[in-house]
Write a protein that binds this ligand. Structure first.
Ligand SMILES: *Cc1c(COP(=O)(O)O)cnc(C)c1O
Length: 366
């Protein structure tokens, strides 16, 4: 069968491996997953209660306007419900933004190495990818590429902080940079980990209300999959001025977010204790990953997220990841990004300790 020719240029997204599947395949009893940047503390108590309380409503279609969650987010950011759209993960908002702006005659611009879905969605509609040579965000390079291909570039992605490398630009520099862009270029600020960055360093904080007021061409993306511990329910959001949100709404499928996800997200947003302990665990444990790297002469970029990326010289990251897998530890090899590196999600203290023990052993024997 012949398919749409855009499919020939597409790669399938490579997700973190599943715990149950690995346990079966490798015959390991206790599998530790440090691969998908999920919250190691699990699902907040408040969110779990909301899920249980609403389980009996699973036969009903959800509120299509998602007004409870949109209002809760609007309140948090000091905006109106009309400035918010909810998606089945912020992934889905990236898809809507792609359909709103890209086609086979134009292009998008991103950092050299960044979240894989920007390119996958763009290629689905035949759009071209421009990437900076630098693997981390370099605004000078963004600027010169943008100037060169201005007429083509219709989406510019900034991942703040960046997945899978963990670095983060300062909000002030981003603001200055955005002033020079054409209004017709949609700027997507992917803030999937911005709560982590803001906790570590205030200068990294992107205030969506302030940014969308200054830049009507800006779309801010947030998710409940990482800090808020709801990856399994698929819920994320976009924040922008009303015209932009209206355009995205035209592309949205009805009832795109399920009833349990909507209820759990409202509850998770309200669970400040859980958020605080998640952030504290993350950065106190991050310290241990940095110490481990220094002790073993592994290179890393200081991370503003809930993961750390280790770079290798002599050793092969795929080989190392595979050896960890055999011990029941799942990490994310970055070979598919063209890097000899692995991304490790910061886990709970006992998970991290086990990672350090097993990994040190593997490094010695290699
Ligand atoms: C995880 C992630 C997302 C989207 O996650 P969803 O689960 O779809 O909400 C978006 N961008 C980045 C950079 C991510 O790491």
């Amino acid at each position: 069968m012949q398919f749409n020719e855009n499919l020939n240029r597409l790669k399938t997204y490579e997700p973190g491996k599943d715990i149950e599947l690995i346990a079966k395949e490798y015959g390991v009893k206790e599998v530790i997953k440090l691969a998908s940047n999920e919250n190691p503390l699990g699902t907040s108590q408040k969110a779990r209660e909301a899920i249980i309380q609403n389980a009996s409503k699973a036969y009903l279609y959800p509120d299509d306007s998602a007004s409870e969650l949109r209002n809760a987010l609007a309140l948090k950011f000091g905006l109106k419900m009309q400035n918010v759209i909810i998606g089945a993960g912020s992934d889905q908002i990236i898809e809507l933004a792609t359909h709103a702006k890209l086609n086979h005659q134009n292009a998008f611009l991103q950092c050299g190495v960044s979240f894989a879905m920007y390119e996958i969605y763009a290629k689905q509609v035949g759009a071209k990818a421009y990437k900076t040579r630098s693997i981390t965000h370099d605004l000078n390079e963004f600027k010169s590429l943008y100037e060169m291909y201005k007429d083509e570039i219709k989406i510019l992605y900034l991942c703040l902080p960046n997945n899978p490398l963990g670095e983060c630009l300062n909000a002030f520099d981003v603001e200055e940079f955005l002033k020079d862009l054409d209004e017709d270029c949609l700027v997507v600020i992917d803030a999937a980990y911005n709560e982590f960055a803001s906790f570590k360093d205030e200068k990294k904080h992107i205030n969506p209300a302030k940014f969308i007021e200054k830049f009507p061409n800006l779309l801010y993306l947030g998710t409940f999959s990482k800090l808020y511990g709801l990856g399994g329910l698929r819920v994320g959001y976009g924040v922008a001025n009303e015209d932009l949100i209206d355009a995205l709404y035209k592309l949205r499928a009805p009832f795109n977010v399920n009833i349990l996800a909507l209820k759990a997200a409202v509850a998770a947003l309200d669970d400040e204790e859980f958020v605080k302990s998640s952030l504290e665990n993350n950065f106190s444990q991050m310290q241990k990953f940095e110490d481990f790297a220094r002790f073993n002469a592994i290179e890393f970029i200081p991370s503003y997220t809930n993961f750390i990326t280790y770079f290798f010289e002599e050793q092969n990251s795929s080989n190392l990841s595979e050896k960890l897998l055999k011990k029941g530890i799942i990490v994310r090899d970055l070979k598919s990004y063209g890097l000899n590196a692995m991304r490790i999600t910061i886990g709970k203290p006992y998970e991290n300790t086990r990672f350090f023990e097993e990994f040190e052993d593997i490094l010695k024997k290699n």
